[in-house]
Design a protein around this ligand. Structure first.
Ligand code: GLN
Ligand code: ZN
Length: 757
């Protein structure tokens, strides 16, 4: 007997039912009761799926209207005070913390949203302070447990553990967040007691913070916490995920939890060590199925690992996915358009349930009982391994022949800059934009019509050309110095390139929650990446033909394409990234050959790819920087390479940003009021910088004076001959009237600066 379970299941629904219900509720088009009914139906179907697959428990507590960390804040009675409006419902208080506004009650500022470990999921950062109090308000969680019990399920609730909760929180008064532990533990104890009374035998407590190298204080806090949580009949499965935890083995052994879950995918190399060290009278749960990726499992290989553990743990060995399945799409059965060869290689959340059950049955009943599933897995693994698309000889040979010089510009920046200055003849404080212009309903309709085959290729191309002409005309009228074609042909900056490169797959419904009701549909890198034909050249050349001013070529960088896709698990991330870089290198060279003198390669995601463990970050940054340089270094020194970054903190990786050696970087800075530039100055960042002078996320139009003030501030950090003037990011989410007024103010501010300096 071996227990099959999951740490969590996607909550959004196979057709994003939760997203649509939430957005209707927020717009006031759905009542709270109806929203609750949609949520209950989703939970019911997710639990039923777990039961039908044959799992031994259904996991309860993984459902959330917005975010599991915010749910924790709510049951701890710790929502920020400004979100609580006595006149409105508890749900709306919760939504105010999530997004500022809710159908009832007074709007306020939302809590800060930030990345959940190294995933593309974002959580709401708990805002605590020194005299924070906590009160158990777990009606929702307890209600869901009873709901599942009433449906006849065997229930294993899941909660976020107190150590990880505090680790992920911030204090608004700079006080020590760990000092709040003493107040937190009693509320967790009350919750355990309440859950025990529902009759549940096990609870899963998530402590993903254990993947970090915690200092002594945090380790001690962990030890104390779990001593206080062990007084109950209910047994605790302590769940860690997203990386190995072998560095905390003594700590883990020192607490009397009844079971431990480890990530046996990311932590594959350390599983044996865990098996050896973990006491045999406790439960060990091995997450052998990848909870972060969409590949079908090599069941026979996983079984091998499990069998070693079974010798020691017998029935106390549990089988699971490495992490919650919330990070993968819901159900492959909704994919009807994938090529059948590649489709059989994939497993989404629903399919992963079957894999988990197959493995646990193999342990309990013997391999014979699941022989057909195992041989199907063998066949699928072999098909992928031997596919000519996963091993393209030409790509492999080219990649193997790459040498150091391929990733180096010929001359150093200062010499290049002189050549570029002479060639481009730009004014001081050159003005530009980041690439995209408003994606109007007209543009969307044009693309959609073409994709659905309702309009011809020729009509489509004419339509896009008309947009480009319009964009060029508007930019000339505004008096911008370096123009862009406007990206009207792109739905998404990664999907657009993936669709035109070999080696990528696209799903119809492969949605994964990013935050709240926001979902992303990442492409899948399945094979060796190759560029068959030029991608952007025609559009860029057309745009350039309409103006005397330089038009920037516009590409998405290799690291960003990698980070925003599902990656292969049969080739290193580095090699995948370099293959993409080589494909882009050809595109860069084709643009140059076609007369484009400035080429921008966006890398907004470079910071996101950073591994969790400090020890691994340097190696990542090295190959990420190298991939960018591989994509960009084929050009002549007169060609100006730009890059663009946004979304995250760049201070800690400033040396890597400098190592990209882009001639110009445009970077999001306005929300931090140019504070980021301090880091660039301290580092003596050598190349040109365009700090974003206004926030494109807001519809508010900046004034010339405001922009001028920011630019003067920027001049304290950047010498004037290296300062560019541009917005924070692309303008595709904005409308034209505000865009034109903002750019007008920006151009005006640059002119004032030219007159003054
Ligand atoms: N060139 C892209 C745009 O302008 C950059 C988008 C981004 O940085 N996220 O939309
Ligand atoms: Zn951006």
């Amino acid at each position: 007997m071996s227990v099959a379970h999951v740490l969590g299941y996607p909550r959004i629904g196979a057709k994003r039912e939760l997203k649509f219900a939430l957005e209707k509720y927020w717009r006031g088009e759905l009542s709270e009761n109806d929203l609750q009914a949609v949520a209950a139906a989703l939970r019911k179907s997710h639990w039923q799926a777990q039961k039908d697959a044959g799992l031994d428990y259904v996991t309860v507590g993984d459902f959330s209207f917005y975010d599991q960390v915010l749910d924790t804040t709510q049951w701890l009675g710790a929502l920020p005070e400004r979100c609580i409006d006595q006149g409105s419902s508890a749900l709306d208080n919760y939504f105010r913390a999530a997004r500022g506004a809710a159908p009832t009650g007074k709007a306020t500022t939302a809590s800060e949203l930030t990345k959940w470990f190294d995933t593309n999921y974002h959580y709401l950062v708990p805002e605590l302070h020194a005299d924070q109090s906590f009160h158990l308000q777990a009606e929702q969680l307890l209600g869901q447990i009873n709901e599942a019990l009433a449906q006849g399920h065997k229930v294993k609730p899941v909660i976020l553990g107190p150590i990880s909760y505090l680790y992920l929180a911030k204090t608004t008064d700079n006080s020590d967040k760990l000092a709040l532990l003493g107040k937190l533990i009693p509320v967790y104890r009350q919750l355990l007691q309440a859950i025990e009374q529902t009759g549940c035998k096990w609870i899963q407590i998530d402590e993903p913070a254990l993947v970090f190298e915690l200092d002594n204080r945090w380790q001690e806090a962990f030890r104390i916490t779990y001593k206080h949580l062990q007084d109950y009949q209910i047994r605790i499965l302590l769940a860690t995920y997203f990386d190995r935890v072998d560095h905390h083995l003594p700590l883990l052994q020192s607490v009397a939890v009844d079971g431990l879950h480890v990530d046996a995918v990311r932590g594959a190399d350390t599983v044996q060590q865990i098996i050896d060290a973990w006491p045999k009278e406790r439960v060990l749960s091995l997450g052998v199925i990848d909870g972060r990726n969409i590949w079908r499992n090599d069941l026979r290989a996983s079984l091998q690992v499990l069998k070693t553990a079974q010798q020691k743990f017998n029935g106390r060995l549990w089988v699971s996915a490495s992490s919650s399945l919330q990070h993968v799409p819901v159900d492959l059965t909704h994919e009807q358009k994938l090529p059948s060869e590649q489709r059989q290689w994939l497993a989404f959340a629903r399919q992963k349930l079957d894999e988990i059950v197959t493995l646990s049955r193999a342990l309990a009943e013997g391999v014979e009982a699941v022989e057909s599933q195992l041989s199907e897995s063998d066949q699928v693994i072999a098909s992928r391994r031997h596919s000519p698309q996963t091993h393209r000889a030409a790509v492999r040979a080219r990649h193997a022949a790459v040498n150091e010089n391929d990733a180096k510009r010929h001359l150093p920046y200062n010499k290049r800059a002189a050549l570029q200055r002479a060639a481009l003849e730009l004014p001081a404080f050159p003005t530009t934009t980041i690439g995209s212009f408003p994606q109007t309903p007209e543009i969307r309709a044009l693309r959609a019509g073409w994709k659905k085959g309702q309009i011809s290729e020729q009509e489509y191309r004419q339509g896009i050309r008309a947009q480009i002409a319009d964009h060029i005309q508007r930019q000339e009228a505004l008096g911008l110095d370096v123009l862009v074609h406007g990206e009207a042909e792109r739905n998404d900056m990664v999907e657009y390139f993936g669709e035109q490169l070999e080696g990528f797959l696209f799903t119809e419904n492969g949605w994964v929650q990013s935050y709240g009701s926001r979902c992303v549909k990442p492409p899948v890198i399945f094979g060796d990446v190759e560029r068959k034909a030029s991608i952007t050249v025609d559009w860029a050349v057309y745009a350039q033909s309409l103006t005397e001013k330089p038009v920037k070529g516009m590409l998405t960088g290799p690291v960003t394409i990698l980070c925003w896709s599902f990656n292969r698990d049969d080739l290193s991330r580095q090699a995948q990234c370099e293959q993409i870089a080589l494909a882009l290198r050809d595109e860069v060279l084709d643009l140059e050959k076609a007369g484009i003198t400035i080429i921008q390669i966006d890398e907004p995601a470079i910071r996101e790819g950073l591994p969790l463990r400090k020890g691994e970050q340097g190696a990542y940054l090295d190959w990420a920087v190298n991939a960018f340089k591989l994509a960009t270094s084929g050009v002549a020194d007169t060609t100006q390479i730009h890059t663009h970054m946004c979304y995250s903190e760049f201070n800690e990786i400033i040396d890597s940003i400098a190592a990209l050696d882009a001639d110009v970087i445009t970077i999001e800075t306005s929300r931090s009021h140019m504070e980021l530039l301090q880091a660039f100055r301290d580092f003596a960042y050598p190349n040109e910088i365009g700090p974003g002078v206004y926030d494109i996320h807001s519809p508010v139009v900046p004034t010339t004076e405001q922009i001028e003030v920011l630019l003067e501030k920027a001049l304290q950090h950047i010498p004037q001959e290296r300062l560019w003037v541009n917005p924070d990011c692309g303008l595709k989410t904005r409308a034209w009237p505000e865009t034109e007024r903002a750019l007008q103010a920006m151009v005006q501010a640059a002119k004032r600066l030219r007159a003054k300096h």
